[in-house]
Design a protein around this ligand. Sequence first.
Ligand SMILES: *Cc1c(COP(=O)(O)O)cnc(C)c1O
Length: 381
Amino acid sequence: MKKKIIFNVPKFDKDDLKNINNLTSLKHYSGNGYFTNKCNEWLVKNLKCKESLLVHSCTAALEISAILLNLKAGDEVIMPSYTFVSTANAFVLRGAKIVFIDVDKKTLNINPKLIEKKITKKTRAIVIVHYAGVSCEMEKIKKITKKNRIILIEDAAQALLSKYKGKPLGSFGDLATISFHETKNIHCGEGGALLINNKKFIRRAKIIKDKGTNRDDFNKKIVKKYTWVDLGSSYSLSEINAAFLYSQLKKAKEITRKRIYIWRTYNKFFSKLEKKYQITRPFVPKYAGINGHSYFIFIKKNLRNDMLNFLNKKNIMAIFHYIPLHSSPYGKKLSKTNFTLENTDLKAASIIRLPMHLNIKEREIKHISNIVTEYFKNQKI
Ligand SMILES: *Cc1c(COP(=O)(O)O)cnc(C)c1O
């Protein structure tokens, strides 16, 4: 195949721009306007959370979460090391000590069995990541956070419309964060949302999002002037992005169905390869309802980079994923000690993520599985 099979093509339809044109009559382009409200309503309804605040990124939502915790020096936050930098950065910025723990080797999600051993008097929160949109073990995790009175934060950046036992992700944590970056299923260039399920955080989260002011009270005519009342920053999403996002959210269920179909097509072709060659397909536990965010395979780690080169030479844009945070340059500097996390290290070194977007055709997926087969056949010589 001559044409390059691209890794991600952000979803875009011409009609996503229609709402933006409507802004000229609404005459409101900054945050907190008509389309922001529409997006928040959609998120509350479909993700079954108590409150949603649209922000400019998942990173922003994580930062607001960290401010809400009122962290003191030395307070600890537990999270997996196999995640995007923002999951950790947001809490490091507030002075927290990050405690990385290993993932389950099948799902790459935090291993609940390892959490309790790491809980100390200083543990304030656990941040879980639903990797590739596949749910963590929510019942086990909730039991631990309840028993130890620890705040639970779901980094659901990749998990829009994914489920745990039929219930949407983002509805389990005290707080949850979503990303609308162009690399995610639904996007607006850059954007995000903070979902709140613990009511005690709602009022203050709004203040933090509005630069530390009580602007929300002012908008609701509760106060005559708005002023500086707390810590905060500029976290809102502009209406231009919200208008684009609302158009995408209205199609989100249809987009998700299509992605799941593509995911299953991959899984069908690779089931044949899994029987013949040493590859492992993604594992989806019974309790998890997926959203087709990402398709990947694991191969022996000593072959991984070689196979990536082979695929890319054959015009298939396949890539690896996170450098585990505990072994990143800054992660090492923070922890001051070198340590290993067995599953995290192994899986990060063996993963190959394959092209995943709505333009992928079944014949292209078949072609990709043929090229992987060709790679293994060449190995045997
Ligand atoms: C994408 C992603 C983020 C960051 O999202 P932004 O919207 O780009 O800030 C954070 N955490 C995880 C797990 C992600 O996949």
